[in-house]
Design a binder for this molecule. Structure first.
Ligand code: ADP
Ligand code: MG
Ligand code: ZN
Length: 490
C-alpha cells in the first residue's frame, strides 16, 4: 500500500520543542552554547542538582517565550508557574524536570500553514517553558539505537531553556505536519527566538498520530520521537500511517505508546507504553516564584515585535508586485528579504532585483556554502550592477561573472568589471563596425524606419543600441556604439 494514501482519516498533533536563544540556561548561569564542548564541562552545582542549590529564573527566557506566544496569537498569561515532572532517568540529575503544567506562559492561538498548495489554520493548544535534559550517549559499534554495552551521560545541555509548543490535532497528512514545522521554524527565526536547527537539536518534534474510527471519532494515538529532519518527520509519519492501517486491517488494535523513529532502518519501534500525566506526579515547584507578567510588559513585548513572515509576504506583494513563488523564496529568511529590499532601495528595479536575488545570489551562496549574512556582495553594489545591466552598459552574462568575482573577493564593482577582462570599450574599431553592420542587416525594417525619420521617440534607436551592447557582451563602450550607429545611418 502506498503509505501516502490512508484508508482511514489521518489525525496528527505536534509537540515542538524550540531552544530559546538566551545566553544562559533557564535556572543557572551556565552557557547555552553546549555543542561540541567537552562532556560535562558546561555545568554548575545548580544544573547538576547539588543539594542545597536553588534555581533562579532567567527573565530572557520568559521574554522570548512570550514573544513566540504572541507570534502565534496566543493569550499571554498574567500568572503562570513551574511544576516538577518526576521521573527517574540518568539524563536528569534532579530526577525531575522543571516544566510548566496547567498554568503556562501562553495559551491558545493559531498558525496558518501551507501544504501542497493549500492553506490551513492549525490551532495551538498552548506554549510552555521547560528545561532541557542532558544527553545520553549509547556507544554502539554500528551507530544503532539499541545494543550498547553501557551508556554515557553528558549534562552540558541540561537546563537549557526550551519552549514547547503543543498544537491541537489539526493536521491530516505528513505534508501538513511538515508545513506546520516549516512555518513554526520560520516564525521562531523571524522573532529571533531560536535558530530552529533540527539537525543540531534546537528544534525537536514529537509527533502524535492516529487513524480515525469509522464513526469519525478519534482513534488511539501513538507518539513518535527521534526525527531530526523534516524528511524523517514525513517518513516516520508515512511509515506509521501504513503500519496502523495494517494493524487495523488485520483486526488488531492500536496500543497507545511512544515509538522511536529509526532513521537507518526507516521504521518506528516501540520504546515504551505511553505514560500518562499521573505517572509523573506533577506538583508545583516551590523553589521558584510564579511568573507574573504585567500588562505593561505585554505591551512592551508587543511593541518590540518585528514584521511577521506573513505580513512581510503581503507587503512584498503589494509593494513590489511579485508572484507568490518569488515572494516565498525572497522572504524565507528575513535576512534575504532585507537584502532584497536594500537593493530596491538602492535603485534596482523590483522585478529585476527579485530575479537576481532568487537566481544569482542564491546560486552564489550555494556554491560558496555561505549564508546571506556573510555574503561579500553588498546589496548596494549588486543594485549598481543591475542598474548597469538595465542601462545596457553590460550584458547580463558579463554581470553574472562580475557577481561571481565580487562574491569571492572584497573588491569594488568597477575593479570587478575590469577584472573579468571586459573593460568598457574593448570592442572597438573594425570589430565593432562589423557587429553593427550585422545588426543593421538583421533588422532592416527597423533601420528603414529610423532612416525615414519615423522613430520620433527614439525607441527603435534604443533597441538597436541595446542589441549592439548585448551582442558585444558588454565589451563595447556605449558612447562609441552610438557614434558608430550614427555614422552608419549616414
Ligand atoms: P498528553 O497530555 O498525553 O501529552 P495531550 O492531550 O496534551 O496529551 O496531547 C498531546 C499532543 O497529542 C497534542 O499535540 C495533541 O494535538 C495530540 N493528540 C491528542 N489526541 C490525538 C489523536 N487522537 N491523534 C493525534 N494526535 C493527538
Ligand atoms: Mg504532552
Ligand atoms: Zn549550570
Amino acid at each position: 500500500m502506498d503509505a501516502k494514501i490512508s484508508k482511514r482519516p489521518v489525525v496528527i498533533g505536534l509537540e515542538v520543542h524550540i531552544q530559546l536563544n538566551t545566553k544562559t540556561k533557564l535556572f543557572c548561569p551556565c552557557s547555552t552554547d553546549y555543542i561540541g564542548r567537552t562532556p560535562n564541562s558546561n555545568v554548575c552545582p545548580i544544573c547538576l542538582a547539588v543539594p542545597g542549590t536553588l534555581p533562579l529564573l532567567n527573565d530572557s527566557a520568559v521574554a522570548l517565550g512570550s514573544r513566540m506566544g504572541l507570534g502565534l496569537y496566543g493569550e499571554i498569561q498574567r500568572y503562570s508557574n513551574f511544576h516538577r515532572k518526576n521521573y527517574f532517568y540518568p539524563d536528569l540529575a534532579k530526577a525531575y524536570q522543571i516544566t510548566q503544567y496547567g498554568l503556562t506562559i501562553s495559551t491558545g492561538g493559531y498558525l496558518d500553514i501551507e501544504a501542497e498548495g493549500a492553506q490551513k489554520r492549525v490551532r495551538i493548544h498552548h506554549l510552555h517553558l521547560e528545561e532541557d535534559a542532558g544527553k545520553l550517549v549509547h556507544p554502539t559499534e554500528d551507530g544503532r539505537l539499541t545494543g550498547a554495552a553501557y551508556s554515557l551521560v553528558d549534562y552540558n545541555r541540561g537546563g537549557v531553556p526550551l519552549s514547547e509548543i503543543v498544537s491541537e490535532p489539526d493536521m491530516s497528512s505528513p505534508a501538513e505536519a511538515r508545513g506546520y514545522v516549516v512555518r513554526l521554524r520560520q516564525l521562531a527565526r523571524y522573532l529571533d527566538v531560536s535558530d530552529g536547527e533540527m539537525e543540531s537539536g534546537s528544534l525537536r518534534v514529537d509527533a502524535n498520530i492516529s487513524l480515525s474510527n469509522p464513526d469519525g471519532s478519534l482513534g488511539t494515538r501513538v507518539e513518535i520521537k527521534n526525527m531530526n529532519s523534516l524528511k524523517s518527520l514525513e517518513r516516520a509519519l508515512e511509515y506509521e500511517i501504513s503500519r496502523q492501517n495494517k494493524v487495523l486491517d488485520a483486526g488488531g488494535r492500536i496500543v497507545q505508546e511512544t515509538r522511536l523513529w529509526d532513521d537507518a532502518e526507516e521504521v518506528t519501534r516501540s520504546m515504551r507504553n505511553k505514560e500518562t500525566a499521573s505517572d509523573y506526579r506533577y506538583y508545583p515547584e516551590m523553589d521558584l516564584a510564579p511568573i507574573v507578567i504585567t500588562d505593561e510588559q505585554i505591551e512592551s513585548f508587543k511593541r518590540s515585535m518585528p514584521e511577521l513572515p506573513w505580513e512581510k509576504r503581503e507587503r512584498f506583494e503589494s509593494a513590489f508586485g511579485l508572484s507568490k513563488e518569488e515572494i516565498a523564496i525572497l522572504t524565507e529568511q528575513k535576512e534575504l528579504a532585507r537584502y532584497y529590499e536594500d537593493m530596491v532601495e538602492a535603485g534596482a528595479p523590483p522585478a529585476r532585483a527579485a530575479n537576481w536575488v532568487r537566481m544569482e545570489v542564491l546560486r552564489a551562496l550555494n556554491e560558496l556554502g555561505g549564508d546571506i549574512r556573510s555574503f561579500r556582495v553588498k546589496p548596494g553594489a549588486l543594485a549598481d550592477l543591475v542598474k548597469k545591466i538595465e542601462a545596457k552598459e553590460l550584458s547580463s552574462t558579463i554581470g553574472k561573472d562580475v557577481l561571481d568575482v565580487l562574491a569571492r573577493e572584497s573588491i569594488s564593482l568597477d575593479e570587478a568589471i575590469k577584472r573579468i577582462g571586459a573593460p568598457l570599450g574593448r570592442m572597438t574599431g573594425e570589430s565593432l563596425g562589423s557587429l553593427i553592420d550585422k545588426i543593421f542587416a538583421d533588422n532592416r525594417d527597423v533601420i528603414d524606419t529610423i532612416r525615414s525619420g519615423e522613430d520620433k521617440k527614439g525607441g527603435k534607436m534604443k533597441f538597436i543600441h541595446g542589441l549592439a551592447m548585448k551582442e558585444s557582451r558588454g565589451q563595447a563602450d556605449p558612447a562609441e556604439v552610438s557614434a558608430v550607429i550614427a555614422e552608419k545611418l549616414g
